[in-house]
Design a protein around this ligand. Sequence first.
Ligand SMILES: [Zn+2]
Ligand SMILES: [Zn+2]
Length: 281
Amino acid sequence: MTEAPVRRPAWPERYSAWLLPPRAPEGPWARRTLEQARRGLDAAAALLYPPHCMSCGTPLPAGPNRALCLGCAERIEWIGVDRCMRCGDRVGQGRGAVDGCPSCATHPPVYVTATCTLACYEEPLRSAILALKFSAGLQAVGLYGRLLAERVRETGLDAGKRPLAGIVPVPLVEADRRRRGFNQSEELALELGAALCVPVRTELLKKVRSTPPQATLNADARRQNLRGAFVADTAVCAKLSGAAVLVLDDVITTGSTVSECARTLRDAGVGEVRAVALARG
Ligand SMILES: [Zn+2]
Ligand SMILES: [Zn+2]
């Protein structure tokens, strides 16, 4: 995979994305009307319950930014040019994009050819990402989708030898998805897919077994924990032998979740798997 040229100065300009107006709704008339109605309801709800910064709780000014106040946004440790192309982790300043890093040496991102993320999984972004598990946190997915799309284009994850055939959000077990009412990775994937004009392919991968939370486990136990938890649709995956898909998770820590998703998809016949996440732990 070749590295796309990076415009400089890249990262401080990201702050302005927090304030961009939302994109005009696209698609058929019915979908545009529904989206406009949804935005109208959102705006009314924001008047009644003004949005607050998801990290420090400061009320946010009226407008499209529903995630973090600018004070918090300025503290985000963005992962810019200096990064590992394989696992998406940051590397020393001035090193540029490197192929392999110390994190890869201990936890190689098997079955994933390239990874990009927005920033480090630290406060204040950590609070905003944790909030995605609750419906109130979802108000920021439109913004994240646009930031992710920019990052994917800059790092060339939408290019490469094999064409990008779809975005595959890391699935939840159906019962968990129903209980929560949504899957935050799927919501992010829909926004990213719309921005990149790439379809979201939830039919490719299902999670069939609940797994204990990964956070309490070490890297080896995480891999064991996930073995056999995902099942791919082999008939559909076999048709993608010449294509690549982009697995999307909210956070990549040791990479065991995206690796297990990638292994399942590759075993079922998908040609290549790349990975994208909001944050790198
Ligand atoms: Zn704040
Ligand atoms: Zn690495």
